[in-house]
Design a binder for this molecule. Sequence first.
Ligand code: ATP
Ligand code: MG
Length: 389
Amino acid sequence: MESRFAVVHYAEIGLKGRNRSFFERVLAENIVKRFQGVDSVRVERMPGRFLVRATVPLKESTWEEKLRTVFGIAYFAPAIPTPRTLEAIEEAVLENFPQEPPGPFRITASRADKRFPLTSLELERRLGEAVRSRTCRPVDLKNPAITVYVEITHPSALIYFTRKEGPGGLPVGVSGKVGLLLSGGIDSPVAGFLALKRGCRVVPIHFHSQPFGNWLASEEKAVEIVKVLTDWGMEPYVYIIPIGDLQQEIVLSAPSAFRLVLYRRLMLRIAEKVMEREGGLALVTGDSLGQVASQTLENIVAISQAVQMPILRPLIGFDKAEIIKIANSIGTYEISIRPGEDCCQFLMPRKVATRPTLAEVLEAEKELDMERMVRHALENMRQIPVRRK
Ligand code: ATP
Ligand code: MG
């Protein structure tokens, strides 16, 4: 079925006063943005929901492809608006009642506008009777093959037949800006996805060891991942920061077991500076406690100490299998497992200290002029725009 209209419901829990209109405004803007390149849709506010109006009829699959990736949406459906009279509603239900699948049906009515003369139950009965006598289908409230949804709202009534789950969460933009340390591995794209889900604007930052190793493949992977995540609302650009020569300095002056921790401390410091310029409030990483040697609690403590900016770690309690499941469902997994190392092999240590004290890490870092290194990295930073085809 093609439709020019879709109804969008959002979770209202905890939304009060001015917060609510802010939330609604950002969600409406994000919906319009998501349809760019397809159609210039308009979003009309109705009590507790939106009516999205396209200029031409859109396929159900198009509505679904777009709306299922807009955070803040609880559920949605291609819908038919009608005048708010019983006759008009009945006519629209009968005219649009789907042929498939066969089997029983039910009517589910709700009234956002209580001035409508019939109660929801009365409306369900009247419409149920009309559909039954026209289609000869039985009513089954528990296991219907088709559910007809009727919403009495303002200024019109809405009718729809299949409703789809949205991604939930909060509209991207209501929670402030964060910098995502995006490695091209499996975890950090999922961490970025979860930050988007809670309403953050997410700026991706990728480090690689140019001029060493296959840094170009790493960069291409990062760009591909950001492309996928822009569908979910990620900013359409990525900062690429080559740090190969700085990693080489670390290799030459620090004990090898501390290398990884020092690389991460360097990355965080650079990312903090980038986000200060961007007006960001926090950094996000894909760390999961104890997953690898560099993610023991001791190493996480030593790494965090390098910056003032808070570090959010949305995956801290996730198992690898859970992370992979999300990565698959959002379309980043296949890209993450492609070859293309962010860190050249000769820069990797053979052993990583798993339980260092902060004092030991600071001692290992002592010979390094981190301030100069950060400045150097920022001078070589590039911002690459990311466009979806
Ligand atoms: P991932 O799958 O995200 O690469 P990982 O399990 O490989 O994670 P690490 O390599 O220890 O773990 O990295 C931990 C986190 O540090 C990453 O999730 C990411 O947020 C950040 N990070 C690591 N390497 C890079 C990089 N080259 N560029 C940007 N961020 C990085
Ligand atoms: Mg990694």
